[in-house]
Design a protein around this ligand. Structure first.
Ligand SMILES: [Zn+2]
Length: 329
């Protein structure tokens, strides 16, 4: 039986065992680090290491002591199943971990994005099959940087403007997926922008076509701006699938480098984005991708659980070396 619940979502705490053991890898190295035993899992070290910085940011603020504790307990111990394999290389599958579910936890943000992407990769080919003649656009809507302390109001205005845009006559998209990204400006400001995947009927490239300048006018008018905002619009080539855009659209809401750079900026970002939804769907895509609007139930991934695994291994986070190391439990 698994020693860890798959994902209890409650951010429960447990101690990381100090004992470590040296697993002899089948390449002959005696490393017991996860990144050596399973190079495909080395991302865990990077994200958990950033989580150490994020928890320290939260510990510095009275307002965020709870977040600090939850992030500090997140994914401290990972359980992997060993996939039976005849090849020389050992293959591991994640089977258990506890996640804190704090929005800006780098580990949870990464896992959430993986779950959303996996869902989109499964569903989009079905839509393309049903609507083979429809085309896909990748639209990025921006505006001038704002103060991070105004971010919440600005994002609410952007959401309202987007809604207005979808009600205009010139709007021909019949389904869309929209995500928010906020980056940190060099001067400590915030740069909120939307990445959108739009599904358009074949007539878009005929009588309903909008040039880039038309998109600028539309966004400017819906946002009620007194300047021309930067808008980028690209079309997926005819016959090509929109899947290539998914990594751009369902990436992180905030880059990890921006989470660790300026503590005050990051703490204010946390305040401003509290409970704001980062991914939204509309029109026909809502029927297929609605669940992307919610926190995923599972941050491990059903695909990662396998039948008939040949035993399990546990890895504990070693913050002094910033790596996961095999532990005996
Ligand atoms: Zn977490």
């Amino acid at each position: 039986m698994s020693a860890l619940s798959r994902d209890d979502g409650a951010g429960g705490s447990f101690c990381v065992p100090i004992l470590t053991s040296n697993l002899i890898s089948e390449q002959g190295s005696n490393s017991s680090y996860l990144c050596d035993l399973s190079p495909k899992d080395k991302s865990w070290d990077k994200h958990r290491s950033t989580a150490d910085s994020v928890q320290n940011h939260y510990f510095h603020s009275q307002d965020f002591q709870k977040y600090a504790r939850r992030v500090s307990e997140c994914s401290q111990l990972l359980e992997f199943g060993i996939v039976p394999n005849n090849a020389a290389k050992r293959k591991l599958k994640l089977t258990g971990a506890r996640f804190c579910r704090v929005r800006h936890c780098p580990v949870c943000q990464w896992r959430r994005s993986l779950m959303w992407k996996s869902k989109a990769y499964k569903v989009l080919p079905k839509i393309v099959e049903q609507y083979p003649k429809h085309r896909w656009l990748f639209l990025t809507l921006t505006l001038r940087n704002c103060s991070v302390s105004d971010l919440r109001v600005v994002l609410q205005e952007m959401n309202k403007a987007f809604k207005r845009m979808t009600m205009r006559k010139v709007w021909s998209s019949i389904g869309w997926l929209k995500s928010i990204e906020v980056t940190c400006g060099r001067d400590g400001s915030a740069h909120p922008h939307f990445h959108c995947l739009l599904m358009v009927p074949p007539t878009y490239f005929g009588k309903n076509y909008m040039k880039q300048a038309d998109w600028v006018d539309l966004w400017r008018s819906c946002m009620k701006l007194d300047y021309n905002p930067i808008v980028d619009v690209r079309a997926v080539k005819r016959g090509q699938q929109p899947m290539q855009l998914i990594p751009e659209i369902l990436k992180y809401c905030t880059k990890e480098s921006d989470m660790v750079g300026d503590r005050d900026w990051f703490l204010e970002l946390t305040r401003q984005m509290h409970k704001l939804r980062c991914v939204a769907t509309g029109g026909l895509l809502k029927n297929y991708l609605r669940e992307l609007e919610q926190e995923p139930d599972d941050l491990i991934g059903a695909d990662e659980l396998g039948e008939g695994l040949a035993g399990e291994l546990y890895f504990g986070w070693q913050c002094h070396v910033k790596r996961y190391k095999q532990v005996d439990i």
